[in-house]
Design a binder for this molecule. Structure first.
Ligand SMILES: Nc1nc2c(ncn2[C@@H]2O[C@H](COP(=O)(O)OP(=O)(O)OP(=O)(O)O)[C@@H](O)[C@H]2O)c(=O)[nH]1
Ligand SMILES: [Mg+2]
Length: 262
């Protein structure tokens, strides 16, 4: 393709050559309600661990935007699985190692061309899904992440833990941007869409939430096109976060160095 082809320009109205575009993180913000959407090519994956109070609302809303819903459950001890079954989702069980394990476990079961990951805790708005999928449908990106830094967060600020998470995640995001000479604002969001074929090729290894940054680093490393759209993060509706930052901080830094350098 030539310089200046019109695909990039919906984003920032600037001209970049294809090589630059491949490793560029682009920014798209449109009226989410107005976007055309092809639900028949979308599988939505929802990782769950004891989300009985949140899950049904998410599944019902997600049905508008996909033709397959997979709930990948971490052996919940509440009614999560029953609720998912009754709502018509396919249920897969992980190996009790964490959210990363859950994501890796469900990959062989995904049957549609585009996969969307969304949390079950109510912090992501399913109405943002068309916005995440649009750049892939239009062949402008292979992997699109929602950005809380661009879309705002009701959860990322406040206490000491939140502050440490924001600092840590900003540091990692900056390192990824530096390594790939690209601008990305959020490397840790669990709300994203990507081509299923790419997802299968990433050879993911992480067992915990470090899988979010692993997906982005490996996408960029393999030369695929990364995109980013603003999505707001809401406070978890019910229940508690499963992340204990003190326990996983080292793994975040270690895995970032591992995938960035080796
Ligand atoms: N299958 C599975 N799902 C999990 C596991 N741990 C967390 N989840 C789910 O992954 C999603 C994200 O978990 P959260 O605890 O909200 O973590 P987070 O959103 O990254 O962090 P917060 O910002 O603190 O909410 C939720 O839908 C959880 O139910 C797990 O071990 N297995
Ligand atoms: Mg959450």
């Amino acid at each position: 393709m030539q310089k200046g082809y019109d695909i990039c320009f919906l984003y920032k109205k600037r001209q970049i050559d294809v090589q630059t575009w491949i490793n560029e993180v682009e920014f798209l913000d449109k009226n989410k309600k107005g976007l055309p959407h092809k639900k028949e090519v979308v599988t939505i994956v929802i990782p769950t661990l004891n989300e009985e109070q949140n899950l049904l609302t998410i599944i019902e809303k997600c049905k508008e935007y996909c033709s397959e819903i997979i709930v990948v459950d971490g052996h919940s001890t509440d009614n999560t699985v029953k609720i998912a079954e009754e709502a018509g989702a396919r249920i897969i069980f992980d190996h009790k190692k964490g959210k990363g394990d859950a994501i890796r476990t469900c990959i062989p079961y995904i049957s549609r061309e585009i996969t969307v990951f969304i949390d079950a805790d109510g912090s992501h708005d399913p109405d943002d899904i068309p916005k995440l999928v649009q750049p892939i449908l239009e062949d402008r990106a292979d992997h699109v992440t929602g950005s809380r830094l661009l879309g705002g967060s009701s959860e990322l600020h406040g206490g000491f833990d939140e502050f440490m998470r924001l600092v840590g995640s900003s540091f990692i995001t900056t390192c990824i941007g530096w390594k790939f000479k690209t601008k990305i604002s959020d490397s840790q969001n669990g709300f994203r869409s990507l081509k299923t074929e790419l997802l299968r090729n990433l050879d993911l290894k992480e067992n915990i939430t470090t899988i979010e940054q692993e997906m982005i680093i490996k996408t960029l490393k393999k030369g695929y096109r990364m995109g980013e759209v603003p999505t707001h993060e809401y406070k978890r509706k019910f229940g508690e976060s499963h992340i204990k930052i003190g326990k996983v901080a080292f793994r975040y830094v270690f895995s970032m160095i591992k995938y960035l350098l080796f």
